[in-house]
Design a protein around this ligand. Structure first.
Ligand SMILES: [Zn+2]
Length: 282
């Protein structure tokens, strides 16, 4: 992907190297039970969470952590992709007579506290509708490359654009609508609706790719294949991911590899928001 000359976003919150979690340890046994339950599902050491919770009683802020040049490069890349999604969606919203409100993107390491609760990097990148922020631990991109066999910068851009897609769904009221439809439904129907939401975020990611290419010629040879490979690698049928399913929406089912590839392709080929109606397509 051609990105180095691109604009950088001013909406990055860099919380890497910072302790996460509530500043004071208020809970009694209930908190410990919750921590144990969370750590069981997240597969992380409960002591780590408790340490984070008790800590020194205050947020120590940035420790003496320093990013490596490679991590800085990654963070720079994320900033450019985020800025590009801002330019793209601003224009699409403008054409529809709406105003796009830009989301913040939080870079964190290890664990993070959001309006959606406490999350560990093991859950992967996510969007929290409660605070309208995208959360990414850059280590996920290593995981994408090593564990899921999906290398390449455009594969990473796809992941970011997918999370921004959830923000767009939030702004358009689609997420709320789906959530209220899900109330009272059985588990299978609830999951089916979640899949549609996820596939639409994939389509929106493709839509971003289409617009970025048309206005800024970002694509290089092999980029689309990288994203399609990533979409396929993180389909539900390929991905056996741990997770409780209630901490963040990302643990919902996301659709099969084939579905994810199809919807991303649709977005990037057609480039029009109407073609991303995963709900109407049955
Ligand atoms: Zn998603």
């Amino acid at each position: 992907m051609r990105w180095k000359t691109g604009r950088r976003s001013s909406n990055i919150e860099d919380q890497r190297g910072r302790r996460a979690g509530p500043v004071a340890f208020k809970g009694g046994i209930g908190t410990i039970v919750l921590v144990l339950a969370a750590s069981y599902f997240l597969g992380i050491n409960p002591l780590d969470i408790l340490m984070m919770q008790t800590g020194t009683g205050t947020d120590v802020g940035q420790t003496n952590w320093k990013p490596s040049p490679e991590e800085e490069h990654m963070a720079d890349f994320v900033s450019v992709v985020l800025a590009d999604t801002e330019d793209t969606w601003k224009e699409i919203f403008r054409q529809a007579g709406k105003t796009y409100q830009e989301p913040n993107l939080v870079l964190y390491s290890g664990a993070v506290q959001s309006a959606c609760g406490m999350s560990s990097a093991a859950m992967g990148p996510f969007y929290c509708p409660g605070d309208r922020k995208v959360y990414i631990d850059l280590a996920f991109f290593d995981e994408l490359r090593r564990r899921h066999g999906a290398p390449g910068d455009f594969a990473q851009a796809y992941v970011i654009a997918h999370e921004v897609g959830h923000h767009v769904q939030n702004l358009l009221g689609i997420s709320d609508q789906v959530q209220s439809e899900q109330r009272g439904l059985g588990k299978a129907e609830v999951n089916a609706l979640s899949v549609k939401l996820e596939l639409q975020a994939d389509c929106f990611a493709g839509l971003w790719g289409n617009h970025a290419e048309r206005s800024r010629q970002v694509l290089e040879e092999g980029d689309i294949e990288e994203a399609l490979n990533a979409a396929s690698a993180i389909g539900d049928d390929r991905l056996q991911k741990q997770g409780s399913g209630y901490v963040v929406p990302e643990t919902f089912t996301h659709g099969t590899s084939r579905q994810r590839v199809e919807w991303f392709k649709r977005g990037i080929e057609r480039g029009d928001i109407g073609s991303c109606d995963t709900f109407g397509s049955g």
